[in-house]
Ligand binder design. Sequence first.
Ligand code: COA
Ligand code: MG
Length: 286
Amino acid sequence: MGKGRTWLYCPGNKPGKIVKAGVYGADGLVLDLEDSVAPAMKHEARNLVSAALMHHPLNGDVAVRINGLGTDWWEDDLRAVIQAGGSILRIPKIETVEDIRSILFLLKDVQKKMGFNSVRIELQVILETPRGVENAFSILDAGEGFIHALSFGAEDYCSALGIDRKGPEFVLDYPRSRIAAAASAAGIACLDTVWSDFSDEEGLKKDASRAKNLGFTGKSVIHPAQILSVNTIFSASSQQIQWAKKVLSIGDIHQGAVAVEGAMVDEPIFRRAKQILKQSEEELHA
Ligand code: COA
Ligand code: MG
């Protein structure tokens, strides 16, 4: 958990962008085979992403977003990524337990046929429909430990409900809260949806802060200009670090609740302070 504040999407059919994508300071890259690639380019993108995974040293963690289960492409995408040595798969539009079982079935079959059983594949599951959001907990339960992150996709969700994505800030609170709660219960990362308008920095910051305040651990971005703001929002702030150090300076909490600067500190607050310091240390070493 905690790994990856920013994940930069990069279209899988754009070699110029793929080779540069690692230098902008994102914690992870997502090479995309889904919505940023037109149907006529799917084959070419799959080959290019495979070649990038095999031959091009990309900085940081690299995920590949494959096409959704309802398409003609997803099975070949999954095979190609595993064969090229990819280890993080981002799966769009997961809605049910059966969906995740289909993914795991093919994944294990491909690994077995290739003799790759020991390579640990991490799944990042995107929930982007009302049904997917509702099933967040059962999907994680069915994931057999393969799911390392839940991700939220707002566009389909908003279309389904007729929500204006740029409406009041609260419009996505329900799906975000449910996804964040499910991810937290499973002890995995929780990555927010993209903010498409990359020239609107204020909008991005508000959107990212809202998600962070609802329990998200990071956010996907589509443009290098979005990385710094998102990294900052999802990092522990210097005030939080100072507060956490003060709380932990009381030693231990076994004697029960105590006062620190006029506020009560008890077991859950002590634990939160420990979490903040752990996160800030992880970020220092990222
Ligand atoms: N990954 C890597 N590099 C990127 C990038 C990305 N997602 N987005 C922009 N860049 C690079 C550009 O290549 C350019 O590099 P240069 O200065 O060396 O030429 C620089 O950043 C500035 O880019 P800019 O000219 O402002 O944008 P653009 O017109 O090249 O690209 C988009 C705009 C929206 C097409 C592009 O940001 C993009 O493809 N984003 C990802 C789309 C995606 O994957 N969507 C699916 C998930 S929702
Ligand atoms: Mg989507």
